[in-house]
Design a protein around this ligand. Structure first.
Ligand SMILES: CC(C)(COP(=O)(O)OP(=O)(O)OC[C@H]1O[C@@H](n2cnc3c(N)ncnc32)[C@H](O)[C@@H]1OP(=O)(O)O)[C@@H](O)C(=O)NCCC(=O)NCCS
Length: 377
């Protein structure tokens, strides 16, 4: 196994027409130069987990019979999380460690075909246990004929530099018994254009609450009661936000009427006319800190995992940037993996930890301090 520093790997990739997607600078999404968006396909592994190795062998063989292969994790997240990671990440650590990846290594790996046991161990660990975007694993054969990605949604994605490469890979997979799927892997999956027209019983746009039913708006005093209801509902879960009792309805009404005076930018997500979530940032008032703000957000339980958290965050960050804010801070409970994954996806970086910061209902919780630096608009 060769350990390749990030810069050397990116230089190698550039000589093969591969670059970081300029639309997703913090995600280190590797794409071919030029728009190859219609040259991606995905495959689903067999439903029986013990058949996974056949599927992976088929994909590696279809990519290159000779190898070697490069491996890297999205956003160059560490190959090892350490023992304070989630149980799933600890298991990935063990498997990746067994395959010989040193702790704290952040770059790319290069493995030859003869190291097939290590290759399959590394890919299987990510396939079976990955749960967030940071565990997405990219695999590129040395001839750069495709970029494969093992995604935390459970699919294998292939991106190709040309129609010819794509067709060859699709036929090779098909010959090995792995045809292109006809359904998306789960309802949160963004349906790619090439699947349109296929019979898709799970297509998200066919659900009663399709994304087009939702709007993201700056909040106004008329939203007070609904915002209060959201706060009340999320606070009473007693898990995700500091507040366990909401403020009074009058306080929320007065707050929404004075957002600008308080240095608050707040957006709400509306399902029809009903507020189902909020996201806000509050500018720090003290001289020397006015470029910074503190972020908070939440959605009613039934409206999570539909892209609304991302849509709210995107709207608030865009407005914050326009208003000259350049540092967005937040605190999140260490057990709140959905929120941490969302923040990491937007480029928030973990800056520190407040140990045993909350003791509630007998549960001791650490708080992670995270922040995002925004460039000027
Ligand atoms: C955190 C929260 C706002 C996320 O909003 P959401 O609408 O569910 O998130 P999205 O659907 O936009 O998901 C965006 C990304 O977040 C991550 N994510 C969201 N929910 C997740 C879950 N249950 N498990 C793992 N990752 C998750 C994923 O990376 C996801 O991207 P993907 O769908 O491509 O995998 C929402 O879960 C929530 O309101 N939680 C309770 C309140 C809270 O925790 N507030 C934050 C306090 S700091």
């Amino acid at each position: 196994m060769d350990l390749i520093p990030k810069d050397s790997f990116l230089a190698w990739a550039a000589t093969h027409g591969i670059r970081r997607d300029p639309r997703l600078p913090s995600m280190d999404e590797l794409v071919y130069a030029g728009d190859a968006s219609d040259q991606s396909r995905f495959w689903m592994p067999p439903p029986v987990v013990s058949d996974l190795l056949n599927f992976l062998n088929a994909a590696l063989d279809s990519a290159s019979t000779s190898g070697p292969f490069y491996f890297y994790r999205r956003a160059w997240s560490s190959w090892h999380y350490g023992d304070d990671g989630s149980v799933r990440n600890q298991i990935v650590d063990r498997m990746v460690g067994t395959a010989g990846v040193p702790p704290d290594f952040l770059g790319a790996l290069r493995l030859s075909r003869s190291e097939w046991r290590e290759i399959l161990t590394i890919i299987s660990a990510h396939y079976v246990f990955a749960w967030s975007v940071n565990e997405d694993l990219f695999i590129i054969p040395e001839d750069a004929s495709c970029i494969l990605m093992v995604s935390h949604h459970g699919e294998l994605r292939g991106t190709f530099p040309s129609e010819n490469n794509l067709t060859k890979f699709v036929s090779a997979m098909s010959a090995k018994g792995f045809d292109l799927p006809e359904e998306v892997p789960d309802p949160t999956f963004k349906i790619p254009p090439w699947m349109r027209g296929a019979a898709l019983p799970n297509e998200p746009t066919q659900r009663p609450d399709s994304f087009s039913d939702f709007t993201i708006r700056p909040s106004i005093p008329a939203h007070a009661e609904a915002v209060w209801h959201c706060l009340d509902s999320v606070a009473r879960e007693r898990r995700h936000i500091a507040m366990v009792e909401p403020p009074t309805l009058e306080e929320v009404h007065s707050f929404l009427g004075t957002l600008a005076d308080r240095g608050v930018i707040q957006f709400v997500a509306l399902a029809g006319s009903r507020v189902v979530g909020w996201c806000d940032v509050t500018r720090k008032p003290i001289e020397g800190f006015r470029h910074s703000c503190v972020l908070g957000m939440g959605l009613l339980q039934a409206y999570r995992r539909r892209g609304l958290g991302s849509a709210l965050l995107r709207a608030v960050l865009a407005e914050a940037q326009l208003q000259g804010l350049s540092r967005i801070e937040l605190e999140v409970y260490a057990s709140n993996q959905p929120a941490i994954a969302l923040y990491q996806r937007f480029g928030f970086v973990r800056e520190g930890i407040k140990r045993s910061a909350r003791i509630l209902d007998g549960q001791v919780e650490d708080i992670l301090c995270m922040a995002l630096l925004l460039p000027p608009p």
